[in-house]
Design a protein around this ligand. Structure first.
Ligand SMILES: *Cc1c(COP(=O)(O)O)cnc(C)c1O
Length: 387
C-alpha cells in the first residue's frame, strides 16, 4: 500500500474501470475514529495513546494518524527509528512520539533533533543515552521499559534499581514514561497477567512521579488497575478483536478486503484446478478466478481451506492460492449472479478478520501487516479530517 497506489479518498468515486487492481481494500476511517473514542473512554482517566508501528498495522500512517489526532490522540508509538522519522512530519508540536525498539548506537543525535523519545530497553542503552545527553549539555527525555516477565524487551526489574538510585542518570534523562508489555493479555484468566502487574508496579514505584503504562489493546479489557496512566492500543484501533473475550461493542471492524473476478469458467467432473491440481471437480462445476494471491498478503495456506463470500454464500477456495490469483467454487450461485469484473468479499462483515486469520492458522495482526501493495485503497468516513 504505497501511496503511489493509494486512491485518494476524494477520488474514491472513480469507476472501477479506472483502476486495474485485482483487490480493493476499504478502510473505514469513521470506525477507526470510533474505536479510538471508545477505547479512550474506557481507559479514562488514563491517557489513550496509539501504536502505529508497521505503517499503522498495514493501513498507512498518512491516513491513520490524522484521524487519530483529530480524535484527540497525542501520544504515538512506533517500533523503529525509520518509522519515527516517517511519522514525525505528520505530528503536531505537542505530540509525543516514542520508539519502542529504542535507539541504535549512532541514531541518538537524529532522535534528539526530532524530539523523538526512545524507549530504553537495556542498561547499556540507558547509559549511552545518558552519556549523549551529558555531552549535549542538556537533559534528554526517554521512556524506560521494564521486563516484567515476557523476556522480550526491557531492563530487568533488579537492574532498573541501579537507574532509580542514580541521580546523575535521573538528571540527564528525565523519564517521561515507564512501560512494560503483557505476554498474555489476550488470555484474560491467565495468572501471568497478575504476576506481571505486581512486578511492574513494584519496580515502577521506585521511580516516583513517572507516568506508567502496561496495557496494550487486550490489557485495556483486563481489570482497570492494568490501565495505569497511559494505555497503548494497536490492533483494537484497527478493528480486530484483541482478546479471547469478544468486545464487538467496543471494537468495530475497520478493514474490508474484496477481490475482483477475473474469469469465470465451467469445468466437467474430474477437472483439476490450480498448481498441483490439488482440487479435482467432483461435480460439473463453475469456477471464478479472483485477482488476489499470496503476493497480496493473502495467505497461501488458505488454499483448500479458506473462502470468499458473495450473494449470501460462502464460496470455498478451490486448489492452491497462486501469487496473483486464486480460484473459488461458485457452482452453488444462481446462474449469472456473479460476473467477470464483479467483486467478492474476502475480509468483511461475512468473513471477519478473526475468522480468516484462524482459518489461515495465524492472527489478525499478521494478516493486516502482510497486506500487499497492489490494492486499490478506498478510505471512507474521513469527513472533517484533513490529512
Ligand atoms: C505492538 C505493541 C503494542 C500494541 O499491541 P496491540 O496488541 O496491538 O494493542 C503495545 N505495546 C508494545 C510494547 C507493543 O510492542
Amino acid at each position: 500500500m504505497t501511496d503511489s497506489f493509494a486512491i485518494d479518498p476524494t477520488a474514491a468515486g472513480l469507476p472501477d474501470a479506472m483502476t486495474a487492481a485485482g483487490g480493493r481494500l476499504t478502510i473505514d476511517l469513521a470506525a477507526l475514529r470510533a474505536n479510538y473514542a471508545r477505547l479512550a473512554a474506557r481507559a479514562a482517566p488514563a491517557e489513550c495513546a496509539a501504536v502505529v508501528k508497521a505503517d499503522a498495522y498495514g493501513l498507512g500512517i498518512a491516513r491513520v494518524v490524522p484521524v487519530l489526532r483529530a480524535a484527540g490522540c497525542r501520544s504515538f508509538f512506533v517500533a523503529t527509528v525509520d518509522e519515527a522519522l516517517a511519522l514525525a512530519g505528520l505530528l503536531g508540536g505537542d505530540d509525543i512520539l516514542y520508539v519502542l525498539n529504542g535507539v541504535p548506537a549512532g541514531a541518538e543525535a537524529m532522535l534528539a533533533a526530532h524530539g523523538v523519545i526512545p524507549v530504553l530497553n537495556t542498561l547499556r542503552e540507558a547509559r549511552r543515552w545518558q552519556a549523549f545527553a551529558q555531552d549535549a549539555g542538556r537533559p534528554l527525555p526517554a521512556a524506560l521499559q521494564l521486563d516484567s516477565g515476557m523476556s522480550r524487551l526491557g531492563v530487568a526489574c533488579d537492574e532498573a534499581e541501579t537507574l532509580a538510585e542514580d541521580p546523575a542518570f535521573r538528571a540527564a534523562v528525565p523519564l517521561r514514561l515507564i512501560i512494560s508489555h503483557l505476554a498474555s493479555a489476550d488470555a484474560s484468566a491467565d495468572s501471568a497477567n497478575a504476576d506481571q502487574y505486581a512486578r511492574f508496579a513494584a519496580t515502577a514505584a521506585r521511580f516516583p512521579g513517572v507516568p506508567r503504562s502496561l496495557a496494550n489493546s487486550a490489557g485495556i479489557f483486563l481489570d482497570e488497575r492494568f490501565r495505569f496512566d497511559l494505555v497503548r492500543p494497536g490492533i483494537a484501533l484497527y478493528g480486530a478483536q484483541p482478546a479471547d473475550v469478544d468486545h464487538r461493542d467496543a471494537v468495530s471492524p475497520v478493514v474490508t478486503l474484496e477481490a475482483r473476478v477475473l474469469q469465470i469458467r465451467d469445468v466437467p467432473v474430474g477437472a483439476g484446478v490450480g498448481y498441483g491440481l490439488t482440487f479435482v471437480a467432483a461435480r460439473p462445476s463453475r469456477l471464478a478466478t479472483l485477482g488476489v494471491g499470496y503476493a497480496d498478503g493473502w495467505p497461501r495456506r488458505l488454499g483448500g481451506i479458506g473462502a470468499a463470500w458473495f450473494g449470501g454464500r460462502t464460496l470455498a477456495i478451490a486448489g492452491r492460492v497462486s501469487m496473483d490469483s486464486m480460484t473459488i467454487d461458485i457452482t452453488d450461485l444462481a446462474d449469472g449472479a456473479l460476473g467477470e469484473g464483479d467483486w467478492v468479499e474476502l475480509i468483511g462483515p461475512h468473513r471477519p478478520i478473526e475468522m480468516v486469520a484462524q482459518e489461515a492458522d495465524t492472527i489478525s495482526y499478521e494478516l493486516l501487516t502482510s497486506l500487499g501493495r497492489r490494492y486499490q485503497v478506498v478510505a471512507t468516513g474521513a469527513d472533517g479530517v484533513s490529512a
